[in-house]
Design a protein around this ligand. Structure first.
Ligand SMILES: NC(=O)c1ccc[n+]([C@@H]2O[C@H](COP(=O)([O-])OP(=O)(O)OC[C@H]3O[C@@H](n4cnc5c(N)ncnc54)[C@H](O)[C@@H]3O)[C@@H](O)[C@H]2O)c1
Length: 325
């Protein structure tokens, strides 16, 4: 990576800013592009004076962004996207437009000099599939379009198809990374683990959306970043899809209780009293659709790159809490 120019779209967001740190540390020249729609200058404030760091506050589709991707990039890490269940439910049109149009812009720019693209996708593309664990060649099972929640998954699935199409048709070197609930310091409190941690630290009630029995597998951002770095280096990974996640499944109800214990609440009675179930309909309205379990099969990532997760769930919870403190 030393001396190479890495362009990170969405580089002032949660994952993108951690990737900027890692690529700078690895000796790359890094340019981040971000329109600050959900990103923050504070996420990259510590990089401002680094001689190998540059930033452009712009939309990925703007001319300034296109120019740096077309003329200077040796690798494009495409993280920019409209993200989050609430964003998707409230702004489905913007979600689809942003995700498909930014990926189109990135792929077009990359084609001018055949630059490698690492595309951020998501475990959401597995939709309502009941196969556990989810594996890269599984069928995609999305709910009906009347349930707008699937707009995000559909837009990311379209991005994957476009990227793999560019690989097959034009030989563009692309790698698809499907992230599973990545979390850690700097993640917005719009997401469940930082939201629980903030409420637990403030002595407030933890609101569990749904019945709390739904499970997810949380991945420490440092483990996700290491996986991206390995995939960026791997020539074999080109034209392939990889799950990036940690198979430590936990129910959301259990997660809330573990967060509370991690901030020092010892009374089981207090823990029960401070966990409140909120029906999905009260959070997202009537036409919300969900899935019960999400667990990644990461055997492909492990066997192709040697990657292993280094953080279990308690370490991950601990780092989220430490980040908020
Ligand atoms: N964090 C996770 O658990 C997770 C899981 C699955 C997939 N992903 C994917 O990883 C990527 C990063 O997600 P994140 O969690 O860091 O979210 P984030 O919201 O922190 O990062 C997204 C960044 O993209 C920027 N952005 C959005 N639209 C843009 C545009 N048109 N031009 C320029 N910048 C734009 C935002 O300002 C933000 O900084 C996304 O593509 C997301 O779909 C993340």
């Amino acid at each position: 990576m030393t001396g190479r120019h890495v362009v990170i779209t969405g580089g002032m967001g949660f994952l993108g800013s951690h990737l900027a740190d890692a690529f700078v540390l690895a000796g790359s020249n890094v340019t981040v592009i971000d329109d600050l729609s959900t990103g923050h200058l504070g996420n990259v404030a510590h990089l401002q004076d680094h001689p190998r760091y540059r930033q452009i506050v712009a939309d990925v589709r703007d001319a300034a962004s296109r120019e740096v991707m077309e003329r200077q990039a040796d690798l494009i890490v495409h993280m920019a996207a409209a993200v989050g269940v609430r964003q998707t439910m409230e702004n489905p049109v913007e979600t689809i437009d942003t995700n498909v149009a930014t990926t189109t812009a990135v792929l077009q720019a990359a084609r001018t000099r055949n630059v490698k693209v690492l595309l951020a996708s998501t475990s959401e593309v597995y939709g309502k599939s009941t196969r556990i664990p989810s594996s890269e060649e599984d069928d995609i099972v999305l709910g009906p379009p009347s349930h707008l929640r699937w707009s995000y998954a559909a837009s990311k699935f379209t991005d994957e198809l476009m990227a793999l199409g560019c690989f097959r048709q034009f030989g563009l070197p692309v790698v698809i990374a499907r992230f599973f609930n990545v979390t850690g310091p700097r993640q917005s409190e719009r997401y469940v683990l930082p939201r629980f941690a903030a409420a637990a630290l403030a002595g407030q009630v933890l609101e569990i959306h749904g019945d709390g029995a739904q499970t997810r597998s949380f991945t420490h951002v440092a483990d996700a970043v290491r996986a991206v770095m390995l995939l960026a280096e791997s020539a074999d990974a080109v034209g392939e899809v990889f799950n990036i996640g940690t198979p430590n499944e936990v129910s959301i109800g259990d997660l809330a209780r573990r967060v509370m214990r991690a901030v020092g609440v010892v009374s089981e009675r207090e823990i029960s009293e401070r966990c409140r179930l909120i029906p999905y309909r009260d959070v997202y309205g009537d036409r919300f659709d969900d899935f019960q379990r999400r667990v990644p099969d990461v055997s492909k990532l492990a066997s192709w790159t040697g990657w292993r997760p280094e953080h279990d769930l308690d370490a991950t919870i601990g780092d989220v809490i430490a980040g908020l403190r």
